[in-house]
Structures are given as C-alpha cells and as structure tokens.
Design a protein around this ligand. Structure first.
Ligand code: ZN
Length: 293
C-alpha cells in the first residue's frame, strides 16, 4: 500500500527576478498567540484572522530566501531558526539539501536582523558557523545594538536573555567575516533598504531594479491576517514599536503605490505577492503559481 503523506511537500518555491533566481525556502512555523500583538485588541485580531480563514491559534510562517546570483554565487537572506526554537522550525538545511546545496556552497548570508528565527540557523549545536565559507552582511546598527552593554543590562527576562545570547553567538561564530553595511549595495543588484523599528538595524533587501525588483522586507509583517488590514498593529517584541509602526506604514504605502513585488520572512509560504490598498488599510495579493520561471 502506498503511504499517505503525513506532511505537506517541503516548501521550496522559485521566482525569477531579472537576471537572478530567488527561492523561498520554508524553515517551519511558530505557533503564536494574539497576545503577542500590540496596538490592537486580541478579539479584533481574532476576528480579522477568522475572516481570512486562518488557523487559530495563529501560526507564523518562517521563511528564508536563496538568491542564485548571475555569477553563480549563492546568497541566503536570513538563515531560519536552526535548533533555537524547537522542532517545528529549522527546516532550511533540508530545503537546501533538496536543491543539491551544501552549507559550504553558501557564499554570503544577508541578514534582515538577529532574532533567533532569522539567525538561529547560522550556528550549529556546538555554536560553530553552520555555513563554513559564508560572510555575513548586516546593518551596522544591528550588530551595535546586540553587542551594546546597555542591551545586556536591559535584557532582564528569560526570553530577552536568550535572544541576546543567540545574536552574540551568531556574530562570534563568524568573527572576521562579518561585513557591517558600509555601502548600500553589498552584492551586484542587491540594495539594502533600512526598515528600522522591529530591531534597530532591521533591513530589507531589494533584489534587482525597476519594474522587476523584489523587496524582501524581513519582519515588516508577522501576522498577515491582521497587519495588512491594520498596519498600526505591531508585535510585542518590536524593539521600538512606534518606529516599527511608522516603517510599516511607509513601506506598505510605497509598495501599494509603486507595485513592487514583496516577499517576507513571515508572509505565508511562498510569500511572494503585492500590497494593494483595501479600505482604510491594505491587503496582500499572493502571486499566482506558475510552472514557468
Ligand atoms: Zn522574525
């Protein structure tokens, strides 16, 4: 008898962006709670979520993205959670392996920020670099924040201390090959877009240019069922919730106006689509699947 699948097929989805190919790679999901939201009552968030036919309790998708550059080099945008957040996450290495890619094939990891669902996959169980040849590229404000004595002094809660320890361990594992953003274009055709608030150095990465460009916007949105309709809703773990709110409002308005394709670490897999205005807020229109790249 043929065994019935127990899980969805592994999340790998390719999209051509100009001369490069970008692959969305699903790392797993985080079982979340509406109480994590800020700036919207939980019952309103629940109602919005129900109206979009999403699972309750909410599940936050975690994606990373692989950029197949025109010169053949491979860059990751974020690295998933690794072992940092439990068995529902950490699928990225298996997604890469399914594409025939070993960790040593990755030349560069562009980081949106250093939270564990993005940076946990940078290190193995022993704290060593999971990508032995890769250099890290991140915003200088991100590294400075996590390394600051003031951040350590303010990290009182267990979760805050765990986040801090992981961010520092990731930076330490890549000592000598961490490039703090000195230019806005660290790789050909890739542009850093500062999106501060969620963390001080939170950065989006724009791939390509003009009408074909893709903006990988990191953690502008964590709960798509809520935050497109109500972009004022933030997350309790936004480091600066007011700045994150202003950034989200600005980038959604820009994306809706110029029609740029966006992708996000927490947009539902495969996470490519467009922002459109809807009522007083916005809606996300996922890109239709096509077999052709
Ligand atoms: Zn995140």
């Amino acid at each position: 008898m043929i065994a019935r699948p127990a899980t969805q097929a592994p999340g790998i989805h390719h999209r051509r962006v100009g001369a490069v190919l970008v692959s969305a790679l699903n790392d797993g999901v985080i079982t979340a709670d509406f109480a994590w939201l800020a700036g919207i009552p939980p019952e309103q968030a629940t109602a919005l979520h129900r109206a979009t036919w999403r699972a309750i309790p909410p599940r936050i998708t975690v994606n990373a993205f692989l950029v197949w550059q025109a010169d053949g080099r491979l860059a990751l945008v974020d690295a998933g959670a690794g072992a940092a957040l439990g068995p529902e996450l950490g699928g990225l290495p298996a997604r890469l392996a399914a594409l025939g890619i070993t960790p040593g094939d990755i030349d560069t990891v562009l980081l949106t920020h250093l939270h564990p669902d993005h940076a946990g996959g940078l290190i193995d169980a022993d704290g060593h670099a999971a990508f032995p040849r890769a250099r890290l590229i991140l915003h200088e404000a991100e590294a400075a924040f996590w390394q600051a004595p003031a951040t350590e002094a303010a990290a009182i809660g267990e979760q805050e201390r765990a986040f801090l320890a992981l961010a520092r361990a990731a930076l330490a594992a890549y000592a000598g090959r961490v490039d703090l953003l000195a230019s806005a274009s660290p790789l050909p055709g890739v542009t850093a877009i500062p999106l501060p608030g969620h963390t001080p150095g939170h950065t989006g990465w724009r791939i390509g240019a003009d009408a074909e460009a893709l903006l990988i916007w990191g953690d502008v949105v964590h709960m798509p069922g809520v935050q497109f309709a109500r972009p004022e809703a933030g997350m309790g773990f936004d480091i600066d919730i007011a700045t994150a709110r202003a950034t989200r409002a600005r980038i959604m308005a820009e994306a809706a106006a110029d029609g740029i394709t966006v992708a996000g670490m927490h947009l539902d897999f495969p996470a490519f689509g467009h922002v459109v205005t809807a009522g007083a807020g916005y809606a996300f229109v996922p890109e239709a699947w096509s077999p052709a790249l």
